[in-house]
Ligand binder design. Structure first.
Ligand SMILES: [Fe+2]
Length: 172
């Protein structure tokens, strides 16, 4: 199994390295490839943050199932809709049909335009919160960092910011 890392006792990294893509947006060289960052919080409600590029979906879902160990996914938080974050949303929806997709009004415009998804939506605005049990998520709208729908999610109990790609991607 490729790179499942505990960030804390209940927060996991489930992203993937892509060594097959050599140019970012067909322009900037990626000599070491690129990393798609995605995370899970396990609590009374389980949450997935962002997804990966569509070409890596199969391995991504295998990693998620391995961590959930029979549990279900309650929420998918979409901090950013660029395809390296959103490419697996349709497959996640198929794999977990009861999941709620958490995003803002702009997120859902992209979701419909790029993937035709109009169901399972849970809209949040700046400052809204979702309680997971021990963890609590708070949403901050950060438009144009770097697409119009971009937002960030702060987990208040463990004080972790899920920042999408605002600070670049980390190679693991
Ligand atoms: Fe981006």
């Amino acid at each position: 199994m490729d790179n499942i890392l505990n960030i804390t006792d209940s927060i996991y990294y489930v992203g993937l390295n892509d060594r097959d893509t050599h140019l970012f947006e067909n322009m900037w060289p990626l000599p070491k490839g690129v990393t798609y960052n995605s995370y899970i919080i396990k609590d009374e409600k389980n949450v997935l943050f962002d997804t990966v590029k569509a070409t890596k979906t199969h391995l991504f879902i295998e990693k998620i199932n391995n961590i959930l160990d029979g549990g279900k996914l309650d929420y998918l938080v979409i901090n950013h809709m660029e395809p390296d974050h959103s490419g697996s949303i349709s497959d996640i929806l198929r794999a977990y049909p009861e999941i709620k997709i958490v995003g803002n009004k702009k997120t859902f415009e992209f979701l419909k335009a790029l993937y035709g998804i109009e169901s399972n939506l849970y809209e949040v605005k700046d400052g809204d919160e979702i309680n997971l049990g021990k963890h609590k998520l708070k949403f901050y709208m950060t438009p144009m960092v770097h697409w119009p729908e971009t937002m960030m999610t702060y987990e208040e109990t463990e004080k972790i910011l899920f920042a999408g790609d605002a600070f670049g991607d980390l190679e693991l």
